[in-house]
Design a protein. Structure first.
Ligand SMILES: Cc1ncc(COP(=O)(O)O)c(C=O)c1O
Length: 481
C-alpha cells in the first residue's frame, strides 16, 4: 500500500509529536528514544501507519469504530451538515439534527427512556447523569440523596465527578479529594469469585447483587441517589453479569428508591448485538449513558437517555411534600418546571448528530446487530482456542467484546506480581501485538488482561487473524517470563 508520507515528513511529524503533543494515559518518557506509533488511514476493520503497514483494529479505536473506518457516506453527511449549519448550541435553541437523533434514539431505547440530553463525551454523559440524579432528588423533596454506588475496578470516565464514580484507585489518587459520595460494591468477576460462591455462578450473582443492598443500608438509603453499572463491565477484562444479577439489582433499586444508571458508553450500539446492553440482559434502567459507538467515531458525541419520570419535575413543576406525623406524603407538582442547571457548548453538535444518523443508517442497511448476534459464537470459540496456552487463564465476554485474562499458573489462577506485569504488559505485549499487526489493549488496571472489541463488520477471517497473532505473541510472552 502506498503512503503519502515520505521519510522527511515522517521525521518532522515525529519531532513535532515529541515536542508538542501530549498523549492521554501515556508514559511520554517511553517515547524518548522510540517512535510514537502513528496511524494515518483506515478502511473497514483495518488501519494503516505512515509506512503503509496494515493493522487489524481489534479495539475499534477505543471501543468506538462500530461500522469500521473509511465510510464515505458518513463523511459526506458530516460535510453536508457543516456546510448547512456547522454549529449552533442546544442552550435554549434546537436544530433539526439534534431533534431527529433524539427521536430516533428514544425509539430505539427500551421502555420509557424518552428524553435525550446530549453531551460531547462519555465522561460528560456520566457527569450529567450524576448531576441529574442529584437535582432530581433535590427537586422532588429528597435533597439528602447524593451518593453513587459503582463497582470495583469499573471505569466511568475522568472528569472529577465521573472519576469519583470510577472504581480504579490508581487513576484517582493524584486527584484526591474528589467529590464526596462515591461508594464501591463488588464487580462480577466470577473467575475471581470469593470461595463460598466460586462453584455457583447464580449464587455468585445473588451475592454480588445483595452486596449492593448491604451498601445502600450501610450508607443509609435516604442518602443514595444512584448506582452506575455497565451491562458488561469493561475494566478488569469483560465481566458479563451472572444470571439473575440485573433483575435483582432492579428490585433492590426499586425497594430503596435508587436510580439505576446503565453506563453504556461502550456497550451500546451493537457491541453486545443490541442497540443497548440493557436489552441483552433484560433490565430497565432509569438512565442510559452513551457515547463512542453512537457516531462510530466519525465525530464526537455522547449523551444520556432519561425516563419520563425523571423528566417530570423539569416539565411540570417542582414537587412539594407534606410531612405527616409518620412520613412524607401528598407529593404534587406545582409551579413551573425546574431548569436542569447543566450544559456544555458542543453537546449535540449538528455535525455529530448528522454523523450519528448516517452511522445508524449503516447499522440498518447492513444489519450489523444481526451480524454480531450470528457471529459472536464463532468469535468466542475462535478466541477460546487460546485456552490451550499456559498463560491464558480465561476468555470471557459477550457479543464482540472480550477479555483474555493472563495468569502465571493456570491451575491455581495465580496472577503476575506488579513487576512481572510491568515487564509483561508494558515491556513486551503491547508493542509485540502492535508490531505483529493487531491493535488491542494489554491492561493491568485489574488483573492483567488483553481486551478485544473489534468493529462490528468483522467476520471469521478477522477472528482467525486475531487468534493467530495472539497465539504467536502470547507463546513468546510465556517463553520470556
Ligand atoms: C463505561 C465508560 N464510561 C465512561 C467513559 C468515558 O468516556 P469518554 O472517554 O468519552 O469521556 C468510558 C470511556 O471509555 C467508559 O468506558
Amino acid at each position: 500500500m502506498s503512503t503519502p508520507y515520505g521519510p522527511d515528513e515522517i521525521a518532522a511529524l515525529q519531532e513535532k509529536a515529541k515536542r508538542h503533543l501530549w498523549l492521554h494515559f501515556t508514559r511520554m518518557s517511553s517515547y524518548a528514544d522510540a517512535d510514537i506509533p502513528l496511524i494515518v488511514r483506515g478502511e473497514g476493520p483495518y488501519v494503516y501507519d505512515q509506512h503503509g503497514k496494515r493493522y487489524l483494529d481489534g479495539l475499534a479505536g477505543l471501543f468506538v469504530s462500530q461500522i469500521g473506518h473509511g465510510r464515505t457516506e458518513v463523511a459526506e453527511a458530516a460535510a453536508r451538515q457543516a456546510s448547512e449549519l456547522a454549529y449552533f448550541p442546544l442552550w435554549s435553541y434546537a436544530h433539526p439534527q439534534a431533534i431527529e437523533l433524539a427521536d430516533r434514539l428514544a425509539n430505539l431505547a427500551p421502555g420509557d427512556l424518552n428524553r435525550v440530553f446530549f453531551t460531547s463525551s462519555g465522561s460528560e454523559a456520566v457527569e450529567s447523569a450524576w448531576k441529574l440524579a442529584k437535582q432530581y432528588f433535590r427537586t422532588t423533596g429528597e435533597p439528602a440523596r447524593y451518593k453513587v454506588l459503582s463497582r470495583s475496578i469499573a471505569y466511568h470516565g475522568t472528569s472529577m465527578g465521573a472519576l469519583a464514580i470510577t472504581g480504579l484507585p490508581g487513576i484517582k489518587e493524584p486527584f484526591e479529594p474528589l467529590p464526596p459520595g462515591g461508594v464501591r460494591v463488588p464487580n462480577t468477576n466470577f473467575y475471581r469469585a470469593p470461595a463460598f460462591v466460586a462453584d455457583d455462578i447464580t449464587a455468585f450473582g445473588g451475592w454480588a447483587a445483595d452486596e449492593i443492598e448491604r451498601a445502600i443500608l450501610r450508607e443509609g438509603p435516604e442518602s443514595v441517589a444512584a448506582i452506575f453499572l455497565e451491562p458488561c463491565q469493561n475494566s478488569g477484562g469483560c465481566f458479563p453479569p451472572p444470571p439473575g444479577y440485573f433483575p435483582r439489582v432492579r428490585e433492590i433499586c426499586d425497594r430503596y428508591g435508587v436510580l439505576l444508571v446503565s453506563d453504556e458508553v461502550i456497550c451500546a450500539f451493537g457491541r453486545l448485538g443490541y442497540y443497548f446492553g440493557a436489552e441483552r440482559y433484560h433490565y430497565q434502567p432509569d438512565i442510559i449513558t452513551f457515547a463512542k459507538g453512537v457516531t462510530s467515531g466519525y465525530a464526537p458525541l455522547g449523551g444520556m437517555l432519561v425516563t419520563d419520570r425523571l423528566m417530570e419535575p423539569f416539565i411540570r413543576g417542582q414537587q412539594s411534600l407534606v410531612q405527616s406525623d409518620t412520613h412524607l406524603e401528598e407529593r404534587h407538582l406545582e409551579g413551573p418546571g425546574a431548569t436542569f442547571l447543566h450544559g456544555v457548548t458542543f453537546a449535540g453538535h449538528p455535525v455529530s448528530c448528522a454523523v450519528a444518523m448516517a452511522n445508524l443508517d449503516v447499522f440498518e442497511k447492513e444489519n450489523l446487530l444481526a451480524n454480531v448476534r450470528s457471529n459472536e459464537g464463532a468469535f468466542r470459540s475462535t478466541l477460546e482456542k487460546l485456552t490451550d496456552l499456559p498463560i491464558v487463564g480465561e476468555v470471557r465476554g459477550d457479543g464482540y467484546f472480550y477479555g483474555i485474562e493472563l495468569v502465571k499458573d493456570k491451575s491455581t489462577r495465580l496472577t503476575f506480581d506488579d513487576d512481572e506485569s510491568e515487564r509483561l504488559l508494558r515491556g513486551f505485549l503491547s508493542q509485540a501485538l502492535f508490531d505483529a499487526g493487531l491493535v488491542c489493549r494489554a491492561d493491568d488496571r485489574g488483573d492483567p488482561v488483553i481486551q478485544l472489541s473489534p468493529p462490528l463488520v468483522c467476520t471469521q477471517e478477522h477472528f482467525d487473524e486475531m487468534e493467530q497473532i495472539l497465539r504467536s505473541v502470547l507463546t513468546e510472552a510465556w517463553r520470556r517470563i
